[in-house]
Ligand binder design. Sequence first.
Ligand code: HEC
Length: 162
Amino acid sequence: MIKKALVLISALAMLVSGTLFTASAQDEPTPAQRAAGAAETRQSVFKLLYFNLIPIAGMAQGAPFDAELAEKNARNIAALAPMIPDLFSAMDTRDFDVETEALDVIWEDSAGFAEKAQALFEGANAFAEVAAGGDMAATLGAFRGLGGSCGNCHDDFRVDND
Ligand code: HEC
């Protein structure tokens, strides 16, 4: 059901963007503008990942436990994770002067990068399953697996700033 809806939505989106592109063919963005846009887009996905992780991390640090919220946010993270490799293969920004913390190795070892995104996907799904059971200790116990998969990728693929 959800898959079908998604296919429909993306088909519609393609129609709409097709029309838009035709309409604005003259002011196509320059490669530098596209690169800046690509960096902004991927960064907004990381902001969304962060937004969803924060309440869970809060619970792990003693905020009131809310199993439903924990499960929902973990499922949001699982939905976002597969977009990470796509966002980077969409445009290689290495040769552009964009504001980014992405390391060049992302495009040199795209398989390794995709593995880290897959680990986040799996960690988020596994966490959501435990949270769905409603048990606080078990859920918080599973947090490390989820939170760790963010840091595991940052260690290798992002400018070291934490
Ligand atoms: C597969 C690798 C990977 C995974 C997994 C990953 N990140 Fe990142 N993250 C990056 C990279 C690369 C950047 C730098 C992007 C850029 O600056 O263009 C980044 C940037 C960020 C940023 C800064 C965004 C900004 O404002 O510019 C935040 C916040 C962040 N990640 C949070 C998270 C959280 C939370 C998770 C886990 C739920 C996570 N990341 C998982 C690779 C990853």
